[in-house]
Design a protein around this ligand. Structure first.
Ligand code: ZN
Ligand code: ZN
Length: 597
């Protein structure tokens, strides 16, 4: 379902089918709205879209009509015919299509292709004709519409999209659709989409009373409710414990800093658009921090450092604020304030190889502990314009490569794709639906140590420049939490679940004993509550199941008499009656093993 490499996809028949289906869709839309304007319509991962400027908003009924008209066009066995055209021909052909004219202008003056992507080669115009529809296009396409299976196409939804992604330009209607080679493949994809929708964290965080956002109080800012806060505490505790074992130290740093700090770090030059406007304090500009690094460096600079102190590993759950356009905010995945699980490693050149391997192993262990087993590495190397000594880049890249090899990771190299200040490894995990998420970044920095003139005294008694590595393992707690919600569809492993156990007394006369059980569990540090409502047992069980509580302990006369609990799992399985102490031992085992069920 997910194409291996972009190049292979671009060459595939599936790509041609989708691209050609997008053209048929545009043809059908123009039949329905003869004065409609067409913009761009490329294939994308898992489908295609086309943007239109139409006199009215499209309805679901319109989509159905367009889709059946597309099937009729397929049945006409239309040829897709390629033709090169002169600029004059282009201007005449698309005279009534202002977006196409703008694209032609862009191609002729250089810089972009018909999908708005930058191009370097000499400008040339080409079109594809199918039936009476003509599109400014380079292809590739199918030769004839009979290559498209009419039962394997589907229009999915309409969304708003600014022309050229620019919010100052017109808002267009984007129809998303998809096409596959067989109805079976289409069905599988639609089922997958259904599952994606079901797991959408924006819905689940509401249903499970986890996190809210408040437009009126500022979009993109997450409010963690008690259940989510409990999970976050669990994640943070685990994170801190692992860092202690990994010989890290913790630091806490301020949320704002004077312009001097951000000028020295360079953020005011290269990161300004992502920073909030300054606030005036005593006539000085202060900025909310978009990153923690300069603060950690200030701590480093408080004393003359010796090689004997290195490596330093300083970690902080540092909350940062970055400006994101409101259009790109997306639940917990893209927010304006978030907490990075940050750390900076400062070491000597002799230590760098060990440190990189160590931090990579640490990252992998962390991701696996949360149930992510499929992990791929992406190595980004030196771009043309780069800060710092090329020999150091070389050493840094080698240490990253060796660490990847030592861990036998599947990886890809993005040659020249690194930031100007250093090479990096990103780790991407695959979630339960096969989607990739980038979590960990291990990033060298040859820029900040220069800018802040960081030094240490070496064995030779001379001052040297240390290596500095930024790393975040989970990325940000907000986004990581959103990914966990979708990965587990809200049914978190027992060690993470905000409420691990729900005690369910069948009748009021069982409440006293239920409360004793609750207390015993609480003393064992289990997260537990008792349902003392007047609902019937089945309703109580249903309620606990809706909230995806891993264990339900049902208590009736028999259990009270035996000093036991009847254990039910959220999966519906029954473990039968267990003495309270045995249940606690069972739960503790599942928790310490990070068991999935
Ligand atoms: Zn095209
Ligand atoms: Zn940093």
């Amino acid at each position: 379902m997910h194409e291996k490499s972009p190049e292979a996809y671009h060459e595939s028949q599936l790509y041609r089918i989708r691209h050609s289906t997008a053209h048929l869709m545009a043809a059908a839309v123009l039949e329905m709205f003869p004065d409609g304007k067409v913009a761009i319509g490329p294939p994308i991962e898992n489908g295609f879209y086309y943007d239109f400027d139409l006199p009215r908003a499209l309805t679901p009924e319109d989509l159905q009509k367009i889709e059946s008209r597309m099937r009729a066009l397929i049945a006409e066995r239309q040829d897709f015919v390629y033709q090169e055209i002169t600029p004059e021909e282009g201007l005449t052909l698309f005279a009534g299509q202002p977006y196409k004219l703008e694209l032609i202008d862009g191609i002729l003056t250089g810089g972009v292709d018909e999908d708005g992507n930058p191009v370097e080669e000499a400008p040339e115009l080409s079109i594809y004709k199918s039936g009476i529809f003509v599109d400014l296009c380079r292809g590739p396409h199918v030769q004839n519409s009979r290559e498209i299976n009419p039962q394997a196409i589907k229009l999915l939804n309409v969304a708003g999209a600014y022309w050229r992604g620019d919010e100052k330009r017109p808002m267009l209607q984007r129809i998303y659709g998809t096409a596959f080679e067989s109805p079976k493949a289409l069905k599988e994809h639609l089922d997958w989409l259904e599952e994606v929708k079901k797991r959408d964290h924006r819905r689940l965080i509401k249903e499970l009373d986890l996190v809210s956002f408040h437009e009126e109080a500022g979009p993109g800012l997450a409010y963690w409710h008690p259940r989510a806060a409990m999970m976050r505490k669990t994640i943070e505790d685990f994170w801190r414990d692992r860092h202690i074992e990994g010989a890290y130290d913790f630091v806490y740093t301020p949320h704002i800093g004077k312009a001097w700090l951000w000028q020295t770090s360079g953020h005011l030059d290269f990161f300004r658009e992502s920073m909030y406007s300054p606030m005036d304090v005593d006539g000085q500009d202060y900025y909310m921090k978009p990153m923690n690094c300069p603060f950690h460096i200030m701590i480093y600079k408080t004393s003359l450092r010796s090689y004997r102190e290195l490596p330093l590993r300083w970690a902080e759950l540092g909350t940062v604020y970055r400006y994101e356009k409101s259009g790109v905010l997306h639940g917990l995945m893209r927010v304006r304030g978030f907490t990075q699980d940050d750390a900076h490693i400062i070491c000597t050149p002799e230590q760098i190889e060990d440190e990189v391997l160590r931090v990579l192993r640490f990252s992998l262990a962390m991701l696996r502990a949360f149930g992510f087993e499929q992990i791929e590495a992406y190595l980004s190397t030196r771009p043309e314009k780069a800060a710092g000594d090329p020999a150091r880049w070389e050493q840094a890249q080698q240490s990253l490569q060796r660490a990847i090899d030592a861990e036998r990771l599947v990886y890809q190299v993005d040659e020249g794709g690194g930031a100007f200040y250093g090479p990096k490894i990103d780790l991407k995990i695959k979630d339960a639906l096969g989607r990739e998420w980038q979590l960990t970044t291990i990033q060298f920095d040859f820029n900040l140590p220069e800018r802040f003139d960081m030094t240490y005294v070496g064995e030779d008694g001379m001052e040297h420049r240390p290596y500095m590595v930024h790393r975040a393992l989970l990325g940000s707690l907000e986004r990581f939490f959103g990914i966990l919600v979708e990965h587990y569809a809200g049914a978190f492993p027992v060690w993470l679940a905000p409420e691990q156990v729900r005690v369910i007394p069948i009748a009021d006369r069982h409440i006293d004993y239920a409360k004793q059980v609750e207390d015993a569990l609480r003393q064992a540090h289990l997260r537990v509550s008792t349902d003392v409502s007047s609902s019937r047992m089945n309703a109580k069980i249903r309620e606990a199941q809706l909230q995806k509580v891993p264990y339900m302990l049902v208590i009736g006369d028999k259990e009270v008499a035996a000093g036991a609990v009847a254990v039910r799992l959220r999966s519906g399985n029954d473990l039968g009656a267990l003495p309270v102490a045995d249940f606690i031992a069972h739960a503790e085992k599942a928790i310490s093993a990070h068991a999935l069920e």
